[in-house]
Design a protein around this ligand. Structure first.
Ligand SMILES: *Cc1c(COP(=O)(O)O)cnc(C)c1O
Length: 397
């Protein structure tokens, strides 16, 4: 069949986005209830959401916050990251995983990925450790847990703090322990494209009481009413600012939606896994495509499905294949431009070439649709569109 790009009929009749939220009547009811209540923000739902996140992950403390980026900022603040500190992270991530270090005046350092799993490579982390290294922000890319045991061992050996950016991986387990209860601090995002949503929203999970208290202050201007922390006792409701915080509060409207969504996470995870299995089965025997490998320890709730093009076997580059597949009415994305390739980071002096596996990955990947309400027929159509485009561009023998 003729490619849609060349004037043929698109393989997919109605455009399928690469990701989308799933909101049902229960979610709408939960939000409406808050809208009719006395508190739109700083009310009971935020606390309830935090409790449920603790229950779900097994972590002791949760701080709900305005978004996933604020969650990452809070972790760096809690550690007191500053001007002379370095924090190691993956280049294959959303810029926020590194920006949070810059917010605090520190320096993000990029360690290359494992070319098979696409997650940060613990060996490459070790090579980047200096006197100035304070923490590692490891990203569970596409939802697969990073190599937790190895990263923990590195942290122990070099006295570093382990932050897990789990924006992709809520619902994932590593050796049967839930993401959220593995690192020193774990951050979630509830942006609509992620596995569960609160509109905008985020959270940090930790078992460390000191970090927890710091992050709660940080979320709300650094202001406290805790009598033990006040300079002098005073009238009821008296409060003082004791640190420089932000307004990073989550509203009760968001928390109610997040709570309602969290109740559906098993259903969401299972459907995502089913779709991933269908894609894997369809693509694993196509030599022009490379699929992400998983470590056996990770029982993954997948956020993104990415195909990597085997460029030696194709006559077109990623951009051309992206265009052709998009013309078939398949919604696509590329996750991600290596963070240090962004012009802002280039201006800061980061050089291209520092993480060759990450750069090779970026140049050959395409994210295809994955979300809870994607139907079997739609999955079938996406697969057919991918096969059609790959067949057209594959090199002859
Ligand atoms: C989405 C995302 C974030 C940021 O979350 P927001 O809620 O959008 O601020 C951080 N890290 C990763 C890996 C993400 O995918």
């Amino acid at each position: 069949m003729k490619l849609a790009l060349l004037g043929g009929k698109p393989e997919v009749e109605e455009f399928i986005p690469y990701g989308k939220q799933y909101i049902d009547d229960e979610d709408i009811k939960a939000v409406s209830k808050v809208l009719k209540s006395p508190y739109l923000t700083t009310g009971p739902y935020v606390e309830e959401f935090e409790k449920k996140l603790c229950k779900f992950t097994g972590a002791k403390y949760a701080v709900a916050i305005s978004n996933g980026t604020a969650a990452l900022h809070a972790t760096c603040y809690a550690l007191g990251i500053g001007k002379d500190d370095e924090v190691i992270t993956s280049p294959i991530t959303f810029a926020a995983s590194a920006n949070c270090v810059l917010y605090c005046g520190g320096t993000p350092i990029f360690a290359d990925i494992n070319p098979k799993t696409w997650n940060i490579d613990p060996k490459k982390i070790e090579e980047k450790i200096t006197e100035k290294t304070k923490a590692i922000i490891a990203v569970d890319f596409t939802g697969q847990a990073v190599e937790i045991d190895k990263i923990k061992a590195i942290c122990q050996k070099h006295n570093l703090i382990f932050i897990e950016d789990a924006a992709h991986s809520i619902g994932t387990k590593y050796n049967d322990i839930a993401v959220g209860n593995l690192a020193d601090m774990t951050t979630f995002s509830f942006h609509p494209v992620k596995t569960i949503t609160s509109g905008e929203g985020g959270a940090i999970l930790t078992n460390n009481e000191e970090y927890y208290k710091k992050m709660k202050l940080f979320r709300s201007h650094g202001i406290t009413r805790d009598e033990k922390l006040l300079s002098k006792p005073n009238f009821h409701g008296y409060n003082e600012q004791i640190e420089l915080g932000y307004n990073y509060r989550m509203t009760d409207i968001q928390a109610a939606l997040g709570l309602s969504q969290l109740g559906k996470i098993d259903k969401f995870s299972n459907r995502r896994s089913e779709i991933v299995e269908k894609y894997n089965k369809a693509f694993e025997n196509i030599p022009e495509l490379i699929i992400q490998e998983e470590i056996k320890e990770s029982k993954t709730t997948r956020h993104l499905y990415i195909i990597k093009l085997n460029k030696d076997k194709l006559n077109a580059d990623r951009n051309e294949i992206y265009k052709a597949l998009n013309a078939e009415n398949v919604g696509l994305q590329v996750h991600y431009l290596p963070v240090y390739w962004h012009p802002y980071y280039q201006e800061l002096g980061y050089k291209k070439g520092i993480c060759p596996f990450a750069e090779d990955l970026y140049e050959n990947i395409i994210t295809i649709p994955l979300y809870y309400s994607l139907t079997d027929i739609e999955v079938e159509n996406v697969i057919n569109a991918v096969v059609k485009v790959v067949n057209y561009y594959k090199k002859g023998d």
